[in-house]
Ligand binder design. Structure first.
Ligand code: SF4
Length: 509
């Protein structure tokens, strides 16, 4: 990496698989730049929030999500609910506020760490940073696309989901998005002004009152602050979108299913909403690097070609011997829309047999809840401890399974960011190759735009990530089985999208 830096490379792609010491490499690189090359303002970041929040970042001063810092002024609150934009000297124990203290240490440091989401919304960070290190950069393209995604405010008659979607699609066809966003930007600016005045008034009444705040006052303070953040974030996204429109970045007006809170029923409900979304992240990436001297993108499954073709690649060998991380492709049947009903039973039988090889903790990647439930119907008759993940209970079920002996976890969307290290986790199974949902309008538009490039790359990455969950260090040892018969055709069509370390460890049964 230093050679690339010395030769003036601006974008370095650090292709380093599991256990290659990505984080340590980035840390040492940053320290050398700081101490020996006297580089100022180096930022370590990642789109993977847990890496910044819980990962070992050595001695780097860091700032994480506000909800991680307890508020000393208002009982039960965190800095996320803080009613003030900055430290309020006259209020309670704000001078000892853990969030503000961490923020001050972060600001002073020359080499520091924060989440990628914060880097995107904090203009001072964007302006100051000279060298940006992005650890686990696989999801960077998605994070950049999301930064200009906007929910559109289009009213249609309330009907069932399918009809609502059709009505919205018709409205979107008629929409002049440039006019809409210009108007929306003005509305947001007006709202932001109002809420800023409101915020100041509320604070004036309360600060210096020298008494305990009433529950109503604390609620009101937080409410105006949250309103402020809401309008601020939307205005930033809106202005971003307008800029990308003027630069002719391809986009789509689309609909998406989402859960929203219904105030009258006080429950979460599924609805369809209209969105503006970009289709390409090359311009957002060019924006990201425009003011930087250097950016390092570190990942075992790089997505750099979706961002730029100007990167210099630095490859690190996989440090774990192949016989400790062998991946067997042993197809039971293709778990397609129709095939899953036919193959759920033999799939459950095979999973049960594989689990019995060790009778420890086995993770099964099911791709979606329907498949997890289908497998569970058969598997629970064969094994005593089967845990199936339900929507909204992600971490609870994971933790429960990790506490059990001899148990199988039918998981959904745990392909990335899970560290199952040690002899307790000898068996890792991919029951469903997690293809992105072809029913999603944005994915259809994206496939039309780049002829399935993003789609194929995404699924190849997800498979490789899933296969890396249970061998985490050079001394660790586990077996991975891919049982979904859809993997064979995927590999045959897209061998070039799989990393060498993955193909070297693959055994076709
Ligand atoms: S600045 Fe004061 S009110 Fe805000 S989070 Fe910190 S301690 Fe709480």
């Amino acid at each position: 990496m230093l050679k690339s830096w010395e030769s003036g490379s601006k974008i370095i792609d650090l292709n380093a698989p599991t256990a290659a010491g990505k984080t340590l490499n980035l840390y040492v690189f940053g320290k050398v730049l700081e101490k020996e090359y006297f580089v100022s303002n180096i930022l370590f970041t990642s789109p993977q929030v847990s890496l910044i929040q819980e990962g070992n970042l050595f001695d780097l001063p860091k700032i994480v999500g506000k909800h991680n810092y307890k508020c000393l002024g208002i009982p039960g609150y965190t800095a996320e609910d803080c009613p003030f934009g900055s430290r309020e000297p006259g209020f309670a124990r704000c001078s000892e506020c853990p969030y503000r203290i961490a923020k001050a240490a972060f600001k002073k440091a020359n080499f520091r760490a924060t989440t990628f989401a914060r880097y995107q919304v904090d203009p001072s960070l964007y302006l100051d940073t000279k060298v940006l290190e992005v650890d686990e950069s696989t999801n960077l393209p998605n994070a950049l696309l999301d930064s200009a995604t906007i929910k559109l405010n289009i009213a249609v008659k309330k009907t069932n989901l399918a009809e609502r979607k059709e009505l919205l699609k018709k409205e979107l066809l008629k929409l002049d998005i440039k006019d809409y966003l210009n108007e929306y930007s003005q509305v947001l600016q007006k709202k932001l002004k109002e809420v800023t005045i409101n915020c100041k008034d509320v604070r004036k009444d309360i600060i210096g009152a020298n008494r305990k705040l009433t529950a109503r006052e604390t609620k009101m303070l937080s409410k105006v602050r949250k309103e402020y953040s809401y309008y601020r974030n939307n205005l930033d996204s809106c202005n971003q979108a307008l800029r990308y429109l003027s630069l002719e970045v391809p986009y789509v007006l689309t609909t998406d299913n989402e859960e929203v809170f219904n105030v009258s029923t006080r429950r979460k409900e599924l609805t369809v909403s209209p969105y503006f979304k970009l289709l390409d992240c090359k311009v957002p990436f060019a924006d990201l690097v425009a003011k930087l001297d250097c950016v390092v993108l570190a990942s075992g499954t790089p997505t750099t070609e979706l961002l730029t073709n100007k990167a210099i690649s630095v490859d690190v060998m996989h440090p774990i011997p192949i016989d400790r991380r062998t991946i067997y492709y042993d197809p039971v049947g293709a778990m397609t829309k129709d095939g899953r009903f036919r193959f759920a039973k033999p799939m459950a039988k095979k999973i049960s047999q594989l689990h019995d090889m060790f009778s420890e903790k086995t993770i099964v990647h099911c791709g979606n809840y329907q498949i997890a439930n289908l497998i569970n119907e058969h598997l629970c008759r064969l094994q005593p401890n089967v845990l199936v993940q339900f929507p909204g209970e992600r971490n609870e079920v994971l933790k429960h399974w990790m506490r059990l002996d001899n148990a199988i976890f039918l998981s959904v969307a745990f392909e990335q960011g899970l560290n199952l290290e040690g002899p307790e986790y000898p068996m890792n199974i991919v029951a469903k190759v997690p293809f992105p949902n072809l029913g999603d309008d944005w994915i259809q538009a994206r496939n039309k735009y780049d002829n399935y490039m993003w789609y194929s790359k995404t699924v190849a990455i997800q498979v490789q990530q899933a296969c890396g969950r249970t061998t985490r260090t050079p001394k660790d040892n586990s077996m991975t089985y891919i049982l979904d018969g859809s993997f064979g055709p995927l590999l045959a069509r897209n061998k070039n999208l799989f990393q060498k370390w993955f193909l070297d460890a693959l055994v076709i049964c």
